[in-house]
Design a protein around this ligand. Sequence first.
Ligand code: AMP
Ligand code: ZN
Length: 493
Amino acid sequence: MSELRKLPFQLTNTLTRRKEEFVPAAPPHVGLYVCGPTVYSDVHLGNVRTFTMFDLLYRWLTHIGYKVRYVRNITDVGHLLGDAADGEDRISKGARAEKLEPMEVVQKYTNGFHAVMRQFNNLDPSIEPTATGHLIEQIGMVERILKSGYAYETNGSVYFDVPKFAAEQSYGELSGRKIDELLANTRGTEGQAEKRNPLDFAIWKNAEPEHLMKWPSPWGIGFPGWHLECSVMSTKYLGRTFDIHGGGMDLKFPHHECEIAQSVAADGQQPVRYWMHTNMLTVNGRKMSKSEGNGFTPEELVSGDHKLLERGYGPMTVRFFMLQCHYASTLDFSNEALQAAERGLERLMDALDRLDASKPGDRDDADIPGLEQRCYDAMNDDLNSPVMIAELFEAVRIVNSVHDGKQQLTSVSLERLRRLMRSMVYDVLGILPERATGDVDTVLDGLVQEFIRLRMEAKAKRDFATSDAIRDRLIGLGIQLKDTKDGTTWERV
Ligand code: AMP
Ligand code: ZN
């Protein structure tokens, strides 16, 4: 990698709407915060797309040498239904519907979320804080906002005073909304008696006696507003101004706009240097969402048991399908696109196998360093995974042509191509060979086959000490190799 002309990493900052060179505040450290799921129901594939795109960012930053602290929260309280401040808490609603303790709902869907993240090979964040674990800090932030004069208390609730803030500070920069238009559009609509203005949002909400999740505070028994938790948890772990804050585009307004206002009001600081927003997964052009009823769960996707699915698809096929689209574009779900992704991924994985079996020649018919450079350039250009994958298909073409004897590569170039393809496919794109995601027996067979291959190589080099050691150690693990005229087989003893 050292000989690469490594371009600086460019990222589209949704705050400035420009592609900018990414320079962390304290290199080589990078602070990354991503809004996590609200754990009141199963995640759908749209949610998975967003988390997978941030997984790609995390993997890329790590790959190019940054030390990333990746914080992704779990929203386990305070996500009100709709924007109305008097809506019901989603977790409480889920608990009532399922006749569970709110924390049972939280645990159940947190476990489910983790299983899905593992299934799609998304790496664990460095810290996964919960809103309920940070109530003291949230109360502290409400107090700071009250002190700054940008919030007011009514009947045990505390509201952020949006018109006052907008008159004195910058408001609406991230989402491009103008306060005058917002005020004009909302005037006199809902009868929310407690608020001075319909644009104001709750940062602390008084709990009715029947409300399930509530805590004591200086303003009485209540619960925190949704926007507050992300302001508190991001700055607690990453500092009052940190590098990257991400989430789906639908969170820009009001959630992220409110986060900025809260931080500026409480601490007089812009919280985030680079905002990154990923685009939506759509079905027939409409955003996949629970309320639309057009969302399916990863489980349904794998089993194929859903009216939108012609059949089941493996998690790596779906991951590859997602990575073949740039994060800032919408991605429309279709069976044809998934089947095309499945075929493409198969070609890529076959080429990786073929590359292992390729014999070196004595000249170079392809420019591997050039190919490598183009892969890095694509990813450094705002995480352009579709262009990088197109370069990988160029690599597939080269591998196949070497395999067919039409082109040659020296052993140095073959090794460089192998390293490049492996690191891009496995480390950066996070693709696992599909067979390794199967049951334990398939994984075991894959492992034993690897040892059989190593033993053959040792034998070919007349290194009988190693080949015998492999055979004997496998016996120690209860695995007996048998050499037959058709090759080596194995059985458990
Ligand atoms: P939620 O649990 O609803 O807060 O959503 C978790 C994450 O998934 C957020 O970052 C949302 O922006 C994102 N999200 C929701 N629906 C979609 C979709 N159809 N496509 C992509 N991301 C989505
Ligand atoms: Zn958030």
